[in-house]
Design a protein. Structure first.
Length: 226
């Protein structure tokens, strides 16, 4: 599990990062909101742990920007402000939880664990041989039958197709695709992902220009509809 920790106070950032890593999380840190948003748009994270009082772009604005494209990732706000108005503002912007400073580390770690557990979804167990419409895919051999007869998928095609089918009827974000298919270190361009979806439509859709199974969700990602 990967966490984006956004905190401008270096001492707090280091202590929280260390304790999260001791719990087994991979932690990416940022000291300001603008950089945090850049990281979020480029990488996959399972939780955002964000201070409210940040230079350049504050935590409320970071939360608001993230929620424009991603409603799934849990956001936990940290702040020295403890007024009801501040809490309400954070929740209205899209935060899932709110912890005031100074905080107990054990409590913070429990809240992090609880948020990740609550928002994590277990994918369905897609069978080795999967049929949809008149199409058949064997995920063990990468062999498939589609509009133009039998053919063989590439490994990346099979991985992406299985991810979409595992999450059928759900939007799969670009971050999830990058994490599952390409890993964290090598990112393709958005166009590369689009080309994979176009290939799936050519392989499996009766009318690729009016797809039934492989649908795009503008600004977010894709979904397999069954």
């Amino acid at each position: 599990m990967r966490i984006l920790l956004v905190e401008d106070e270096e001492s707090i950032r280091d202590v929280v990062k260390l304790n999260l890593e001791l719990e087994g999380y991979e932690v990416v840190t940022s000291g300001n909101g603008r950089q945090a948003l850049k990281y979020f748009n480029e990488q996959h994270f399972d939780l955002i742990l964000c201070d409210v009082m940040l230079p350049e772009t504050d935590g409320f604005a970071v939360t608001e920007q993230i929620r424009l494209t991603n409603m799934e990732v849990p956001i936990l706000l940290l702040t020295a402000k403890d007024t009801p108005a501040d809490r309400v503002t954070g929740l209205k912007k899209g935060a899932d939880d709110y912890v005031t400073k100074p905080f107990n580390l054990e409590e913070l770690l429990l809240r992090v664990k609880g948020l990740i557990k609550r928002t994590s979804k277990s994918p369905e167990n897609t069978p080795e041989v999967y049929e949809f419409g008149s199409n058949v895919v064997n995920f063990a051999t990468y062999e498939a039958t589609g509009n133009h007869g039998d053919f063989t998928l590439t490994k990346k095609e099979a991985m992406l197709l299985k991810l979409l089918i595992d999450r059928k009827n759900e939007v799969v974000s670009r971050q999830q695709i990058l994490q599952s298919v390409w890993g964290y270190d090598v990112y393709p361009s958005t166009r590369t992902i689009d080309n994979f979806i176009l290939s799936f439509r050519k392989y499996f859709e009766e009318d690729p220009k009016n797809p039934v199974f492989f649908q795009s969700v503008r600004g977010v990602g894709y979904k397999f509809v069954r």
